[in-house]
Design a protein around this ligand. Structure first.
Ligand code: SF4
Length: 397
């Protein structure tokens, strides 16, 4: 029997928080750290030898260093109009910089300032059961970074340490890009994971401190949409203060709401946990109801049940389908390792098992995009990725 995600989250809460610190992954010496530090090095907690911060160039083409590293054509924002930049960014796999389009201070001609988030990873996820092959089948986080156990490869991180480290990294990155004549800034603090909502109190207090210091940061937070009931429970028991989500929603934080499946079988196969579609729906309602701007990212949907799912979601949250992006899945280092262990457990040949998995992911991605496009044209009169997500109002019906 797969693990109950709420029970697992309760277990994790006891190991992920110590005093006013949260346990995060230290990415040095990890496969994920190597995968994600090709353009900008991992970043330390200032004054220490711990490296829990990374960045990721979301849109390689908008970045001269990433374009060179990854062999993509450089899209120079200084040579394009705001409309051209927006249209280009909207079409990309990670349109993240455009999430902030309607925020104060956003300038389309400096969209690149939102393209390099400063990322930390809460070191435990409630879809990860603590075993060597736990978590979503396609998860790109190393097993050791996601099992919630303090020790090697983890570090407890304080709020001021986080902000001081981002201030220091910002200066370094500005200068790294200035050396190649490029105007770059680091504006986005992304709390990823793992499952950040297990440490929502820490995140709220971090934003309070960012506010106290009057820093012009904006935020992204990820959620796997399984913890709405957990937040209720923590508020009831005084672990979180009342209305934690509502209080956090007052800050400029956007939420990447991960849609891990579109029917119960689909979701449970993807995440290896006994979570239900009803949990996803409840969590989504709670987050939107709290006032957050959400950006749903769907992974490995079942194309057969996707149309009915989209209908239902649009009945719950107005225009939700216009906000959905479907993400292609790639087998990064940690993914391959997890799938290899999964194959061995089932007594299957790992290479064949991984190839079959990749084929399914690719097929579901392609078909899923077609289904979504057809649905959007019929229901809303526009195609997939034809509107900027931040311009689509979402509200509970
Ligand atoms: S929800 Fe995210 S962090 Fe958790 S196992 Fe899945 S992909 Fe990994």
């Amino acid at each position: 029997m797969e693990k109950d995600p709420i029970k697992r989250a309760l277990e994790l809460r006891t190991t992920l928080i110590k005093g006013d610190k949260v346990l995060v992954a230290d990415l040095k010496d990890t496969l994920q750290g190597r995968d994600t530090s090709k353009v900008v090095d991992l970043m330390p907690i200032v004054g220490t030898v711990n490296y829990p911060f990374r960045t990721k160039v979301n849109i390689k083409q908008l970045d001269p260093l990433a374009s060179e590293e990854y062999g993509t054509e450089f899209f120079d924002v200084t040579k394009h109009t705001s409309e051209e930049i927006e249209a280009f960014t909207r079409q990309q796999e990670f349109d993240f910089p455009l999430w902030f389009k309607n925020d104060d201070n956003f300038n389309m001609k400096q969209v690149q300032h939102y393209n390099l988030p400063f990322i930390l990873q809460v070191a435990g996820c409630n879809f990860h059961d603590g075993s060597a092959s736990g978590g979503c089948t396609y998860c790109f986080v190393d097993n050791e970074s996601n099992d919630g156990q303090p020790g090697k490869g983890k570090v407890f991180l304080g709020i001021n340490e986080t902000i001081d480290s981002m201030v220091s990294a910002r200066k370094k990155i500005q200068s790294q890009y200035a050396d190649v004549g490029f105007d770059m800034d680091l504006k986005v603090l992304r709390t990823s994971g793992g499952e950040p909502t297990i440490a929502l109190d820490w995140i709220l207090n971090t934003w309070r401190e960012i506010g106290n210091r009057d820093l012009d940061y904006v935020g992204q937070m990820d959620s796997n949409l399984s913890t709405g009931r957990l937040v209720d429970d923590f508020e009831r028991r005084g672990i979180f203060e009342p209305n934690t989500l509502e209080k956090l929603a007052k800050y400029p934080v956007k939420i990447l709401t991960a849609l891990k499946g579109v029917d119960n079988e689909n979701i449970q196969n993807n995440v290896q946990s006994s979570t239900q579609l009803a949990d996803q729906e409840y969590s989504l309602r709670k987050i939107v109801g709290a006032g957050f701007d959400i950006f749903p990212q769907m992974y490995n949907p079942n194309p057969e049940t996707l149309p009915a799912y989209l209908e239902r979601m649009d009945e719950i949250i107005e225009n939700l389908s216009l906000r959905i992006h479907i993400g292609p899945l790639k087998a990064y280092g940690p993914t391959t390792k997890r799938l290899t262990l999964g194959a061995e457990k089932l007594g299957k040949d790992p290479t064949e098992f991984i190839d079959a998995q990749k084929k399914t992911w690719d097929s579901n991605y392609e078909k899923g995009c077609e289904v979504l496009d057809t649905y959007l044209r019929k229901r809303h009169g526009v195609g997939y990725k034809e509107v900027t997500r931040a311009d689509v109002p979402v509200k509970l019906k």
